[in-house]
Write a protein that binds this ligand. Structure first.
Ligand code: NAD
Ligand code: IPM
Ligand code: MN
Length: 353
């Protein structure tokens, strides 16, 4: 049966990287029908809303969604509800995409490009499991208010209930079972009650997964350990905000944030796939962006939502081949390699398929 993929280019480099990812998907000749819709700043400009109702309807009807990136200086002064980022947060929340998988893998060809010494990152293969629809990103109450003395006060609420913690915990334990069976839960349980509960629930869950070795680490130490000795980790599980920050940090270990794909899954394996990076306004429209994170997100989409493991593996092998050929976008450039643009990188992956 024909599978339906909804493509949401978004803003900035979003349309450039999505174009290359769609090119690669098309070259596989699978029975897939591709539709597109607006999200983010592009949607605000066209409709006044960062997530138009028609986009949400199309997303609900699709088998999988592929997103570029949202945001940019043009909309930074907008009220929160009319910011591009609200569109992304809303689609994650409305589709129940609570499990965000962010694998950070160092391709051996890029060992030189990592900001860490090659021996510290060689062979790096970690998975960050980030809770995506709760925590301080969504907690109520939130806002900016004026106190009686005239002072303004900004406030957010960091809240998780045990059901939310348990379901992301299960995803992480199950991911660890398929890997090296080590799971590190990241919290701030020395200060924040919400993460005291997080740690307790993870510890309870561990009894159901005796083959997985669970450890706990405070988030500040985890940030440090990630750059000190990242290979000590297999799977990390954490809340929304810590996961956002730690995954950008982990991205750099692999050479560039332009290499990091992600999957955001619901309870039934339906998912949205996107690079971990943003709309990169500083390089947008210049054919400079690295499309590989988005192309690798297509591979995750084929694997997790479209039941096309062989096609996923083909894309990953093609990316390796292109790196072997010494082809590099600017963000992963190093001596002796050939610098190419966004489009040429997409073409090179297609040629290598
Ligand atoms: P960013 O990830 O867009 O850019 C950070 C740096 O990484 C920039 O120097 C950029 O040029 C570089 N970079 C990012 N992706 C790259 C790629 N594919 N190839 C080469 N270089 C790349 O983060 P930012 O600058 O903090 O945010 C810019 C905008 O993007 C903001 O509006 C932010 O809200 C938004 N954002 C969106 C998403 C998303 O849509 N998922 C994620 C992060 C940030
Ligand atoms: C990401 C981004 C988003 C997040 C923003 C743009 C809302 O940084 O996907 O990592 O914080 O989740
Ligand atoms: Mn982020």
């Amino acid at each position: 049966m024909t599978k339906k993929v909804l493509v949401l280019p978004g803003d900035g480099i979003g349309s450039e990287i999505i174009k290359e990812a769609v090119k690669v998907l098309g070259a596989l000749n699978l029975d897939i029908e591709i539709d597109a819709a607006l999200i983010g700043g592009a949607a605000v400009d066209a409709t006044g809303e960062p997530l138009p109702a028609v986009t949400l309807e199309k997303a609900q009807a699709a088998d999988a969604i592929l997103l570029g990136a949202v945001g940019g200086p043009k909309w930074d002064a907008n009220p929160m509800e009319k910011r591009p980022e609200k569109g992304l947060l809303a689609i994650r929340s409305k589709l129940g995409l609570f499990a965000n998988l962010r694998p950070a893998i160092l391709y051996p060809q890029l060992a030189e490009v990592s900001s860490l010494k090659p021996e510290i990152v060689a062979g790096l293969d970690i998975l960050i499991v980030r809770e995506l629809t709760g925590g301080i990103y969504f907690g109520q109450p939130r806002g900016i208010r004026t106190l009686e003395n005239g002072d303004r006060e900004g406030f957010n609420t960091y809240v998780y209930n045990e059901t939310e913690i348990r379901r992301i915990g299960r995803q992480a334990f199950e991911a660890a079972q398929k890997r090296n069976k080590r799971l590190c839960s990241i919290d701030k349980s020395n200060v924040l009650e919400v993460t005291v509960l997080w740690k307790e629930v993870m510890t309870e869950l561990a009894k159901e997964y005796p083959d997985v070795e669970l450890s706990h680490m405070l988030v500040d130490n985890a940030a440090m350990q990630l750059v000190k000795a990242p290979k000590q980790f297999d799977v990390l599980v954490t809340g929304n905000m810590f996961g956002d920050i730690l995954s950008d940090e982990a991205a750099m270990l692999t050479g560039s944030i332009g290499m990091l794909p992600s999957a955001s899954l619901d309870e039934n394996g339906k998912g949205m796939y996107e690079p971990c990076h943003g709309s990169a306004p500083d390089i947008a429209g210049q054919n400079l962006a690295n499309p590989l994170a988005t192309i690798l997100s297509v591979a995750m989409m084929l694997r997790y939502s479209l039941n096309e493991e062989a096609a996923a593996a083909r894309i990953e092998a093609a990316v390796e081949k292109v790196l072997d050929q010494g082809l590099r976008t600017g963000d992963i450039m190093s001596a002796g390699c050939t610098q190419i643009g966004t489009e040429a990188m997409g073409d090179a992956v297609v040629a290598a398929l």
